[in-house]
Design a protein around this ligand. Structure first.
Ligand code: HEC
Length: 139
């Protein structure tokens, strides 16, 4: 009986025929456009989730001593809820937990500017921002 593989195959063909998107569940055109813009700014064709992870979890110097890392507010696991310095709850950063993440270019720009200055004492580069969004979209 080879019915089972045939069913899977015909199901896939049907999905293709119906124009079902063949992409990860969390993909979002607005987020893709934001990442594409960072690629153009950085002059690169791809970003690294591993590099983004390292950056997000690292302790940085140059910013406010009480907030040395992105994890100070967003926690060591971005799939969890975070907390601001005054105790306000922050929704998870991981796209898998929060599909609205990184879909509003103005919000992304505002908070990158603000948080990078707080943590690093400077703005993040387009490369850093692209790596971070790639990381947070991958978990
Ligand atoms: C002092 C606390 C704090 C620190 C430190 C912090 N953040 Fe945030 N971050 C917030 C808050 C508050 C928000 C806005 C609330 C929300 O989006 O849920 C936010 C939102 C963001 C957003 C926008 C999310 C979206 O949905 O568009 C990005 C991007 C971001 N942070 C990245 C970073 C990165 C990268 C770092 C480290 C360089 C960092 N944050 C460090 C508190 C912080």
């Amino acid at each position: 009986m080879k019915l089972f593989p045939n069913l899977i195959l015909s199901g896939t063909l049907l999905a293709v025929a119906l124009g079902a998107p063949i992409q990860p569940a969390q993909a979002d055109p607005a987020r893709d456009a934001i990442i594409a813009q960072f690629k153009a700014q950085a002059g690169v064709s791809s970003f690294s989730a591993a590099r983004g992870k390292k950056f997000f979890h690292a302790k940085h110097a140059g910013g406010k001593p009480e907030t040395p890392s992105c994890t100070t507010c967003h926690t060591n696991d971005p799939r969890n809820f975070g907390k601001t310095r005054v105790g306000k709850v922050i929704d998870p950063m991981a796209v898998s937990r929060n599909p609205q993440r990184f879909t509003d270019p103005k919000k992304v720009a505002k908070w990158f500017r603000r948080n990078c200055k707080t943590v690093l004492g400077r703005e993040c580069t387009a490369q850093e921002k692209g790596d971070i969004l790639t990381y947070l979209s991958s978990i």
